[in-house]
Design a protein around this ligand. Structure first.
Ligand code: HPA
Length: 246
């Protein structure tokens, strides 16, 4: 049976309903992961959980040790990763509260530790990343979203920015011209590192605000928090459905 791990993003520092059997404090050659890897039962089966930003939330997107996080999950035995990400909506069809299971991404980040093949010149590997997300996992997420009955898109290009500031309106227009439907700060290098470790990986994105310039009001943390609070119940149900059906 495939061993699943969930990486919880903003608003999901804790997976309520997870019956924790073990909390693994792991260290890796790349440093410390964001927190302990919790192993327990959720959605009727065994799963691992890691809070991307730590619990309580303390690491901004550019400070997350993505290499340690993915390495720790792999060491703990994970084979498939369900990543939860809060995003801004660029595509007019993807407003606040909408879910998106992206099929592709564009990486705008810089200066992050983004590969396991940085130092060892003999081991340099160029992973194929034509399709950054696992199609099989995406289908499972889509089936769960359908069953849940919440509005979602079964496609989307995730633009990953460096943060922690939000984007300018011109930057969002550029992302839109590049084909991006949603924008977030944590999708990369996470997805690429998962591929380097041969972990299947898919993203469940929840739109928590219209991206910069896509509405007439300024983007506030209060607005984002409210959208997260509203959507997180559905995130958990969708994850439970995926695990239950797997
Ligand atoms: N931009 C980047 N990251 C985000 C946003 C946004 O508008 N909303 C939530 N994460």
């Amino acid at each position: 049976m495939t061993v699943y791990a969930i990486i919880g993003g903003t608003g999901l520092a804790q997976l309520e309903g997870l019956t924790i059997r073990q909390s693994l404090a792991m260290s890796t050659p790349y440093g410390e992961p964001s927190g302990e890897v919790q192993v327990g039962e959720f959605g009727g089966r065994e799963v691992m959980f890691l809070a991307r930003h730590g619990h309580p939330h303390r690491l901004p997107p550019h400070k997350v040790n993505y290499r340690a996080n993915l390495w720790a999950l792999k060491q703990a035995g994970a084979q498939a990763i369900l990543a939860v990400n809060a995003v801004g909506g660029i595509n007019a069809d993807m407003g606040t509260g909408h879910f998106c299971v992206p099929h592709d991404l564009v990486d705008y980040t810089s200066g992050r530790e983004h590969t396991y093949f940085a130092d060892d010149l003999e081991r340099v590997t160029h992973i194929d990343f034509t399709q950054p997300y696992s199609q099989a996992l995406r289908e499972r997420l889509v089936d769960a979203l359908k069953a849940e009955g919440s509005p979602f898109s079964d496609y989307g290009v995730y633009g990953c920015t460096q943060g922690p500031r939000l984007e300018t309106a011109a930057e969002i227009l550029r992302l839109e011209r590049d084909g991006c439907d949603i924008v977030g700060m944590t999708g990369m290098p996470e997805a690429a590192l998962a591929r380097e470790l041969e972990l299947n990986y898919a993203c469940l994105a929840l739109v928590v605000n219209p991206a910069a310039g896509k509405s007439s009001s300024v983007i506030t943390m209060a607005e984002i928090d409210q959208a997260l609070q509203k959507g997180i119940g559905t995130v958990k149900s969708v994850l439970a459905r995926v695990l239950n059906a797997a």
